[in-house]
Design a protein around this ligand. Sequence first.
Ligand SMILES: [Zn+2]
Length: 387
Amino acid sequence: MWGAIEHLGRDGRTGGYLRDAWSPADRELREWFRQEAERRGLDLREDRNGNLWAWWGDPSGRPGVVTGSHLDSVRQGGAFDGPLGVVSAFAALDALRARGAEPARPLGVACFTDEEGARFGVPCVGSRLLTGVLDPDRARGLTDDEGDSLAEVLSRAGRDPGALGRDDETLRHIGVFLELHVEQGRGLVDADAPVGVASAIWPHGRWRFDFRGQANHAGTTRLDDRDDPMLPFARTVLRAREAAERAGVLATFGKVRVSPNNANAVPGLVSAWLDARGGREDAVRALVAELADSSGAEVSAESWTPVVDFDADLRDRLAAVLGGAPALPTGAGHDAGILAAAGVPSAMVFVRNPTGISHSPDEHAETSDCHAGVAALADALEDLCRS
Ligand SMILES: [Zn+2]
């Protein structure tokens, strides 16, 4: 399975992945998912929000045990973030069948749409729409770098943008959700363990800062006459780093749009995106408020996810099934976190990442650890499907 998707959306120059939601690469990945479901005789469904579900058994009677992740990537991302969870889900299902397991509950493999938010700026769009925490009107109006709205992009992909929104029927099918994911830090390296379980997801959010000035000629505009928005932006980046160190949280400006973006022009507008997260919500909030205050920019909140503490019983049960796997918190958001916050019992299995590097072409997991992840997932599913 890995070999069938490895090349999709891969930038031959950098080795990084470009798998924006609803891009041609995404379309091919969705088609691959459909074929894998078909090959196994699973019942494939696409919900109102573009999420894919492949069912072994019928979840309309009794809610099922669902596992999966996402297939989209950040721009120039790695191979493992997302796809490892989807490939492992199919592989774990195969392992259960090879063991002759006959699940007492329906078993589903899920692929959530637009988890990374690389194209439209808001992460976990599929799971947020599904659970109703993202307003469908707002979602339809989100625009990509080309100025195309999500509504237009969905229409071109043959989907009905009017159908977006909370989907109780699909939610009723999910009894438990289990997401396997490559670890995006070095917690398991430190713990000397190939797999672990998640304890919590830190509160995190994204904010857009618009710094406005006056676009003008770089050669003829005197320094005194300039209204250059790059300067307050630069000061805000430095202040973010200082404030984050002081507060013991993380703050990142990783995306900037400059207009008109000419080498020989003072910019007229700098739009920059702040990603802030940490163990304590009040500390993250205070940092954003401080930066918003001092920046002079127009600041709009694009997304916010409160702390997610995963279901403790489920986590402990999972850790026990996995032979005492370590539990660790993460600063990364996941669809499992969105579902957990919406009251769906959810848990995560992490697979060791030897360098901790993620959202980069250098993201890696050893094949033996990936196999350990599949075995762990199969054990966990077998246990959860037993009754
Ligand atoms: Zn991911």
